[in-house]
Design a binder for this molecule. Structure first.
Ligand code: AHR
Length: 636
């Protein structure tokens, strides 16, 4: 093959092409990125949260050991009305203990410190003097111990630090009252002190770092389907997720588990800032999943969607308040810390400076019905009027195979939306043979955010075939980086044993982070984005369409460093020798660094390999069979 790069015809492209899609799905938040180690800390698990067979209720993940202690759940005079349930331990004799088993156990590391806290009261004025708190390994050995004093007639927050003397993957938290009495306990919490950037109420450092390593230019949150919920009552309201933890409103997760909302809007904004990514919150457009309130999330066929639809969103008389809530979100992110109500709330949480919100997603894969259109338009117009500087990203509608998003685009055209969110889950073959997909998009219409996409192969693995299909398609996205502004592979995180959706970018358990090969493609792109696209000609010595489609090239220039980045994808079972020509390198000293990801199509464990390479105005490069190569060229 011959590849000739023409720097003279460079065109500007979006610098925000690679981002991440975070949805609280697959235990991505509680039990995942959110570093809380106690499960059901708020005693708010309920039957409506989960699948019936899971027997979810306030007692979930808690148990009592010893005969002289009982454990009940009460709702009388709770810590906060948003958090009505709490545990009541009746201790006849101090010989029992109250245990939390964490999310598949509690992982602790030798020498590290853990912040324990709880809210407690001893309503009868008896007992509670000293209470022992321990971390215990599966054999019953204590690996950390401290004490707290719990006597108080009214709710009091108590805190203590536990230091682990051993590394244990599946410890449990044990609370051991030392005197008889009645104990009311709530918000029982344990956090590692080593969170990402050391934040209190923070994120798991290893997982957050894996996300940061992609160098995402934006983070979309909190979903996905989670954002619009599976009924009007399940719509995600950002105001329920800020402020003191005990005052946040827990909720049923559309993916059938419990959300504490400990990872709420403040924490999302803070995480974005910590990793230098633009926040991209997605709020419901006044309607739940397919305007229905029926069923859970899935990719509905067009027929099912139509029969489910038209059933309603937030009642019109309540829409005024909902629109205000969305405007308030922008004020929460950007408003002045002293003179605006929601800016003050942000400052109270410890962040007087604005978060500089630029984007807001409105709706997610919603059926483009009359009910939706009315509500979407109301919210959109209100944002446009009050905050014209904010880019509102609409939705093109439900994804189903072969969809052309006709209704969504018609609405976007009518309202002249700045950007729309398209989703695309398809076979590897689709991504390979549709590289011209965005070539024909009208440059005068809305820009595109490819907000969810992934190559789905039978059995839904992430392997070299799916990863290279995505890498190849992304070369065409870079070529169209004047109309496609942002992309995010979906979903991002999945906890082993608690996964509702496959494939995902990063799998994990309590102690390990397991990036997929698709993750490496995102990372190789994220770390090698550009602000200009340099057209190139690729001549493959083979006339067959299917052969030609399986080799891709994209060259971009990083405006800041001036580096050129060549991306080469070879989805053929044989190596391809390429003669590279970059005439604009003439007269420059250039050094190259290449990163290569390759393997057999079914490989799931391949990792990218980096090495230096010699670069000149002309140089040869052999693309290995089934490979993705990034060559970064620095010129003097
Ligand atoms: O990414 C998983 C789901 O796929 C998202 O929640 C939804 O938007 C889409 O259907």
């Amino acid at each position: 093959a011959r590849i000739t790069v023409d720097e003279g015809r460079a065109k500007p492209i979006s610098e925000d092409l690679i981002g991440v899609f975070f949805e609280d799905l697959n235990y991505a938040a509680d039990g995942g990125l959110y570093a809380e180690l106690v499960q059901n800390r708020d005693f708010e698990y309920s039957e409506t949260d989960g699948n019936k067979d899971k027997n979810w209720n306030s007692r979930y993940a808690w148990r009592v050991e010893g005969k002289s202690m009982t454990f009940d759940v009460s709702t009388e005079q709770p810590v906060h009305p948003n958090n009505p349930h709490y545990a009541v331990l009746d201790v006849a004799q101090p010989d029992g203990s109250f245990t939390n088993t964490g999310f598949d156990g509690i992982a602790v590391n030798e020498g590290e410190k853990y912040d324990f806290s709880l809210f407690a009261r001893t309503p009868d004025g008896k007992g509670g003097g000293k209470t022992v708190v321990r971390l215990v390994d599966p054999q019953g050995k204590t690996v950390a111990e401290t004490t707290v004093k719990l006597s108080s007639k009214t709710w009091k927050k108590r805190e203590a630090v536990l230091k682990a003397t051993a590394t244990v993957a599946q410890a449990r938290l044990v609370i051991i009252p030392q005197s008889a009495g009645r104990y009311a306990l709530d918000m029982i919490s344990l956090f590692p002190q080593k969170t990402f950037k050391g934040r209190k109420n923070g994120l798991r450092a290893d997982l957050a770092q894996a996300i940061a390593d992609i160098r995402p230019r934006f983070v979309r949150f909190p979903g996905g389907c989670l954002a619009h919920g599976d009924g009007v009552d399940n719509i995600y309201h950002w105001k329920e997720t800020i402020g003191p933890l005990e005052a946040r409103k827990p909720a049923a997760n559309i993916w059938r588990y419990h959300q504490t909302r400990g990872l709420g809007y403040f924490e999302y904004f803070q995480f974005c800032e910590d990793i230098g990514a633009e926040p991209l919150p997605v709020v419901a457009a006044g309607v739940p999943c397919q305007n229905s309130g029926i069923g859970g999330p899935s990719h509905h066929s067009k027929d099912i969607v139509t029969s489910l639809g038209q059933q309603g969103g937030i009642p019109m008389e309540e829409m005024g308040q909902y629109v205000q809530d969305v405007l308030d979100l922008i004020e929460y992110a950007n408003g002045d810390a002293k003179t605006t109500r929601w800016g003050r709330e942000r400052a109270k949480a410890g962040h007087p400076e604005p978060f500089n919100l630029k984007y807001i997603g409105l709706g997610n894969e919603d059926l483009i019905s009359r009910v939706f259109t009315e509500r979407f338009t109301m919210i959109y117009e209100a944002i446009r009027e009050k905050y014209p500087e904010i880019t509102v990203i609409g939705t093109t509608g439900p994804f189903s195979e072969g969809t052309d998003y006709e209704e969504g685009w018609a609405l976007a055209d009518r309202l002249k939306l700045p950007m729309v969110d398209e989703h695309n889950y398809n076979t590897p073959g689709w991504f390979i043979y549709n590289q011209d997909y965005y070539d024909h998009y009208d440059r005068n219409k809305s820009k595109v955010y490819l907000g969810e996409y992934a190559a789905h192969a039978p059995g839904r693995p992430s392997n070299i075939e799916t990863a290279l299909a995505a890498a190849l398609f992304l070369t065409s996205v870079e070529r169209n980086g004047d109309v496609v502004s942002m992309t995010s592979y979906a979903p991002l995180l999945a906890k082993e044993g608690h996964t509702q959706w496959r494939p995902d970018l990063i799998y994990f358990n309590n102690t390990e982070v397991k990036p997929t090969v698709d993750y490496y493609v995102q990372k190789m792109y994220g770390q090698n984005t550009g602000s200009e696209y340099l057209p190139s000609t690729l001549t493959v010595d083979n006339r067959r369409h299917d052969v030609r489609s399986r080799v891709g090239v994209s060259v971009v220039k990083d405006g800041e460093s001036g580096d050129l980045v060549v991306k080469l994808v070879n989805l053929l079972p044989v190596a391809v020798k390429a003669d590279m020509e970059i005439p604009s390198l003439a007269g420059h000293q250039a050094v190259g660094q290449k990163t290569v990801l390759s393997g057999r199509p079914s490989d799931k464990d391949a990792v990218p390999v980096e090495s230096a390479m010699e670069i000149g105005e002309k140089f040869p490069y052999e693309m290995p069979a089934y490979s993705f190569t990034v060559i970064r060229i620095k010129r003097e």
